[in-house]
Design a binder for this molecule. Structure first.
Ligand code: C5P
Length: 229
């Protein structure tokens, strides 16, 4: 079973992806973490994010892996755990920029397909899962929420780590990254035709989880009835 979760920044994709993977005992792949690890490799190599050829080379040579279960997912770059390091503002910005480079996307999409195909069941979250990475996914969700709400949720997380974080800066960052994701030529963020859209602006995480699980149960039931008839 392949479950795709796409949507803009701060919509709750990774929290819900983890919850669903845990509930159904599936592999969880946070593809945003892979773009972040790629960006960290680029920063460490001292390469400018505008030098597309050099960025693509660094990413092609980087060994990016995800290890552990959904709740303690470790993001590995060249054998080292970089789970913490990829959550800085610098990496967020660079990951958003390098993810517009087609060669970078090709490298990471291939890696995501390899990882997904090896598992018996998988939940992936990102921006292009249902449209590009696994267009044949069994279930596609598109999670969204009002921009202010997404920024408020992000800000709550950020201010714990960064004392000088402000709501305005978080909102501006979300707007910039969303715009870049939605307007890039290669694999822009868009709703797959067969995706189920959930707007979580007025819903709790548990309510969104219940809605998603209801869809999954219903689809599984339909599939089983299809086999039996
Ligand atoms: O989801 P997260 O914010 O961790 O992703 C970091 C960046 O990677 C995003 O801003 C987005 O530009 C990019 N990304 C992408 N395609 C994906 C996942 C993430 O372009 N499937």
């Amino acid at each position: 079973m392949i479950i795709a979760i796409d949507g803009p920044s701060g919509a709750g994709k990774s929290t819900l992806g983890r919850m669903i993977a845990r509930a159904l005992h599936l592999l969880y792949i946070d593809t945003g973490a892979m773009y972040r690890a790629a960006a960290l490799a680029v920063i460490r190599a001292g390469v400018s994010t505008t030098d597309e050829g050099a960025v693509a080379d660094v990413v092609a040579r980087a060994d990016i892996n995800l290890a552990g279960d959904p709740d303690s997912l470790q993001v590995m770059l060249n054998g080292r755990d970089v789970s913490e390091e990829i959550r800085t503002e610098e990496v967020s910005h660079s990951s958003s920029v390098i993810s517009t480079i087609p060669e970078v996307r090709r490298t990471l999409v291939n890696r995501q397909r390899e990882m997904g195909n090896r598992a018996s069941g998988v939940v992936l979250d990102g921006r292009d899962i249902g449209t590009v990475v696994f267009p044949q996914a069994d279930i596609k969700f598109f999670l969204t929420a009002a921009t202010e709400e997404r920024a408020a949720r992000r800000y709550e997380e950020e201010r714990v780590k960064e004392r000088d974080a402000t709501f305005e800066a978080t909102l501006a960052d979300i707007n910039t990254r969303d715009r870049r994701d939605s307007t890039r030529d290669d694999s822009p963020l868009r709703i797959a035709d067969d995706a189920i859209v959930i707007d979580s602006t007025k819903l709790s995480i548990d309510e969104v989880f219940e809605r998603m699980m209801a869809v999954i149960r219903e689809r599984n039931m339909d599939a089983r009835e299809g086999i039996n008839s």
